[in-house]
Design a protein around this ligand. Structure first.
Ligand code: FAD
Length: 405
């Protein structure tokens, strides 16, 4: 067992008991990821991942957000310590399947049946799920590049989406788009079938985030049956689905990058314990180093606590539309967790690199990979300016103080 695994092992075991997920199952998949990265062959990881029960825990923990979050946290946190890029790809699968599996839609029986059917299909057919919010890079921030239209009993989808991680690995794509004249909808589209109308483009980030498998997707008049619509009509229940899903995403993003931060702290520890100064003393015995390392650990611990606190707020959403206020509170806390967690991860990895020095970049070191990939942490899903603006408005509209109570 690596020293990281033993260092993180106890806390993983505690959370895994909560989530009733055996830590060894995660360790097997994390080891396959280590091997895949060494061999520059992601298929080694995906074979182990698909063969495990990890991708399908959304089915086991259906309607159990507390256990499901604990399990998802453990998985993406551990994988984030090996490859943040691959962890980001699978985080997409986890957040979208978790949101569907825990969305309390009893007040909308059609949506309730639809989400149950989708999770059953994902589990029984062992599908990996990618998703895209259909954003494109244009001169207008937030522009949506796709449009769905009704055509008799079927649907047509056209246009382009800039970002889809897990794009070439996924079996199913969940598309958030506009249905002409009806508003925002979620649509499911099979991506591994021989469907030339779904064009999966080249890597969007061909260097640092290559392993996230993020690609542009173009839809050339894709024809789908009407039941490809997951949330068909606008209502108070379906309107909460987008923020609910975003909350899951904003919670699992810091979870994975904090995994990278914890790995960086472990790299610092190994380096300081193994390396001696000119006086023959271990660097770990220098008082300044103790303080420096303590600062990193405190930063990690504080950010991690916030992620768990925000996850509790998500679990408070038990019935929609009754709990719309709780949805709003969960959105705000998840935004704070994502903001703080991703910034902390970036700053911890940077500080770790400074301690270890130039050897961080020698011989395919893990710190090099973490350094290159952690800078993507704060870039999405919601950018910092959006979160800062939202919190600024809360204060100025005198709503921030209620959020604290
Ligand atoms: C590695 C990676 C993988 C991704 N994978 C997926 C995926 O699988 N599926 C998916 O749907 N999306 C994915 N995304 C996209 C992600 O969810 C966000 O949509 C995206 O990161 C937003 O970043 P942007 O630069 O496109 O933001 P933009 O919204 O284009 O903003 C660009 C910049 O404009 C400024 N700005 C924007 N809004 C405001 C504002 N309100 N006030 C002031 N300034 C503002 C900020 O400086 C911001 O950095 C991925 C992104 C990355 C980086």
């Amino acid at each position: 067992m690596s020293s990281l695994a033993s260092a993180g092992g106890d806390s993983h075991a505690v959370e895994s008991q909560l989530g009733r997920l055996d830590d060894r199952e995660i360790a097997v998949v994390a080891e396959a990821l280590e091997e895949a990265i060494k061999a520059s062959d992601r298929s080694i990881f995906y074979r182990a991942f698909r063969a495990s029960r990890l991708p399908f825990i959304c089915h086991e923990y259906y309607d159990r957000p507390v256990e499901l979050f604990a399990a998802c946290f453990d998985i993406v946190h551990r994988l984030g310590g090996v490859s943040p890029a691959v962890a980001l790809a699978v985080e997409n699968h986890f957040y979208v399947t978790s949101a569907i599996a825990t969305f309390p839609a009893a007040a909308d029986p059609a949506l309730e049946r639809r989400r149950r059917r989708l999770i059953e299909t994902i589990a029984t057919e062992r599908l990996l799920v990618a998703n895209t919010n259909s954003k494109v890079h244009s001169v207008n921030i937030g522009e949506i590049g796709t449009l769905a239209t009704r055509d008799g009993a079927s649907l047509r989808v056209n246009g382009e989406a800039a970002y889809t991680s897990l794009a070439s690995e996924a079996d199913l794509l969940i598309l958030l788009t506009e249905l002409k004249g009806e508003g925002a909808v979620f649509i499911e589209i099979p991506t591994q079938s021989e469907n030339p109308s779904v064009e999966i483009g080249p890597y969007l980030f061909p260097n640092a985030m290559l392993d996230s498998d993020t690609r542009r997707i173009t839809f050339h008049d894709v024809r789908l049956p009407a039941d490809a619509l997951i949330a068909a009509t606008q209502s108070r229940v379906t309107n909460s689905l987008v923020p609910f899903e975003m909350t899951w995403h904003q919670l699992l993003i810091p979870a994975l990058y904090l995994g990278a931060a914890l790995r960086a702290i472990e790299e610092v520890r190994s380096f300081l314990v193994a390396t001696k100064g000119r006086d023959g003393q271990s660097l770990a015995s220098l008082d300044g180093m103790v303080v420096d390392v303590g600062r990193l650990a405190l930063e990690y611990q504080s950010a991690r606590c916030l992620v768990h606190k925000a996850a509790d707020a998500l679990a408070d959403v038990q019935e929609i539309p009754r709990d719309e206020v709780q949805v709003e509170r969960a959105v705000h806390l998840a935004g704070a967790a994502k903001y703080t967690g991703t910034r902390a991860a970036e700053s911890i990895v940077t500080a770790a690199r400074r301690v270890v020095g130039a050897r961080s970049f020698v011989g395919n070191s893990v710190l090099e990979r973490l350094s290159n990939e952690v800078m993507f942490a704060s870039l999405g899903p919601e950018v910092s300016a959006v979160l800062e603006r939202r919190y600024g408005k809360l204060v100025l509209e005198n709503k921030f103080f209620q959020l604290l109570s």
